[in-house]
Design a protein around this ligand. Structure first.
Ligand code: SAH
Length: 222
């Protein structure tokens, strides 16, 4: 009975979350539907489950955070997915955004540098019945050449500049969303590749954990 009540309350909270995202300007119905379906409480520690549907980031271990739902929605909407795409995700973290991508795209390659996070994310995604993804433990600043080219690349950690491999691994017409800036503050960029040209759009100010790797920040950089 208590479990049933909790499930009902989570469903209600997801309805509230999607309507608040809509009122903040998110329009893409597929993105909103996916956020309305995926149980965010399953991707965080049980002790934080009361905060699962607050529109903010939460700790997930290894000094990392699950991203704020509004920012996740903004990034997913910017990818403009129809369901046929092959997408590369950098920074699986909790796996929450991976679950949304599984609902929105045909195939998801995801990279996470912390093995413990990757394993936990994989366990949760399997339990939810997601099958169209693989999480690789690697330095995601190199992209994932084996699955390239990608229709979309979504980067959930902040880069000092766009890693070159991402642009090389995009299809023509492909879209990349990435926070670029310093370690404290960044601008969320949408990059759209047209042949050899890249069109850039500013989606606003954001704050992400650092992208650590060969084409990102070094581990101990201040
Ligand atoms: N979308 C995730 C956000 C996780 S935070 C979620 O909703 O939970 C960003 C993640 O990027 C962290 O888990 C961090 O370990 C990972 N990360 C940072 N640099 C990385 C790199 N070079 N390659 C892969 N993952 C990286």
């Amino acid at each position: 009975m208590a479990g049933e009540q909790e499930a009902q309350s989570a469903t209600l909270q997801r309805v509230r979350l999607t309507s608040s995202l809509r009122s903040r300007g998110i329009r893409d119905s597929r993105t909103l539907n996916a956020i309305g379906e995926v149980p965010r409480e399953l991707f965080i520690d049980e002790s934080l489950s009361r905060e699962a549907y607050c529109d903010g980031p939460l700790p997930i271990g290894e000094g990392q955070t699950i991203s704020q739902p509004y920012v996740v929605a903004l990034m997913l909407e910017a990818l403009a997915l129809s369901g046929k795409e092959c997408v590369l995700e950098i920074g699986a973290g909790s796996g929450y955004q991976t679950a949304l991508l599984c609902a929105l795209a045909r195939r998801v390659e995801s990279i996470e540098r912390h093995e413990s996070l990757a394993q936990e994310a994989d366990r949760r995604l399997r339990a939810l019945g997601c099958r169209n993804y693989t999480i690789h433990v690697a330095d995601g600043t190199q992209g994932w050449p084996d699955g390239a080219p990608y229709d979309g690349i979504i980067v959930s950690a902040a880069a000092p500049s766009t890693p070159k491999p991402y642009l090389a691994q995009l299809t023509s017409g492909g879209r990349c969303v990435i926070p670029v800036g310093d370690r404290e503050r960044q601008t969320l960029l949408l990059l759209v590749k047209h042949g050899r040209k890249i069109h850039e759009r500013d989606l606003g100010a954001v704050r992400f954990v650092p992208l650590v790797g060969a084409h990102g920040w070094s581990e101990n950089e201040g």
